[in-house]
Design a binder for this molecule. Structure first.
Ligand code: ADP
Ligand code: C5P
Length: 203
């Protein structure tokens, strides 16, 4: 049976990663989670000093060709070699990581429903809808604790790039979703619906 791809989309800190783990836990089967974040283009030495002017929330910040290749490899039943991205240095590591193929591949990221070639590979498309204020609060906590940012830095980036790009490019991709999930991973009814749907393909 060919591996199936499920797209999990939503704004930054909407709960995409948490939903992936919840679906995996409820399904009770091992899945592969492919994180879009690993496919950020590394900044060049010329771009690095001006990092505060760089828009990581624009689709051009990502390499969709590489994502497509990785998903195509995984769906053909082969393991994929993908980049390792570091949010603290805004760069790719000089080595790659191996992602195991699996019956179920959960592909999550702010632009997971953006590229038509990638959307066409999906059996199910999910959009996690979480209010902007909640997402901003979570992002402040996460980025200061885990991604080496200050509160001022997170707020500047949010108003300059994160929110405008969400409104212009990401939120419109909600139209491609089969299921829109309010409250993310804590929405048990939605998790159950997703799991029920996936069981049709996995048995
Ligand atoms: P994303 O993958 O969309 O960026 P995450 O799932 O990593 O989002 O969640 C971002 C942060 O918000 C994490 O610290 C996570 O623990 C927290 N979080 C996620 N969902 C909820 C929720 N429903 N209620 C409270 N906190 C949550
Ligand atoms: O995990 P999450 O979906 O929040 O990751 C996407 C976010 O990561 C984007 O909103 C982008 O602003 C941020 N990002 C960043 N620094 C980078 C790369 C991405 O702040 N170097």
């Amino acid at each position: 049976m060919e591996p199936i791809v499920v797209g999990i989309c939503g704004g930054s800190a909407s709960g995409k990663t948490s939903l992936c783990w919840k679906v995996q836990e409820s399904l009770g089967v091992d899945c592969t989670v492919l994180e879009m974040d690993n496919f950020y283009r590394g900044l060049t030495p010329e771009q690095l000093p001006k990092v505060h002017e760089y828009n990581f929330d624009h689709p051009n910040a990502l390499d969709f060709d590489d994502i497509y290749e990785a998903l195509a490899t995984l769906t053909k039943g082969h393991d994929a070699e993908i980049p390792v991205y570091d949010f603290k240095t805004h760069s790719r590591a000089p080595y790659k990581q191996t992602i195991k193929t699996n019956k179920l591949i959960l592909y999550e990221g702010i632009y997971s429903l953006f590229d038509p070639r990638i959307r066409d590979m999906m059996k199910l498309k999910v959009f996690v809808h979480t209010d902007d204020d909640l997402r901003l609060c979570r992002r402040i906590k996460r980025d200061t604790a885990e991604r080496g940012r200050s509160v001022d830095n997170v707020l500047d980036q949010y108003f300059k790039f994160v929110k405008p790009s969400y409104d212009e490019y990401i939120q419109p991709t909600m139209n491609y979703a089969d299921i829109i999930v309010p409250h993310g991973a804590y929405n048990k009814v939605a998790v159950d619906l997703i799991v029920l749907n996936l069981k049709n393909y996995l048995v």
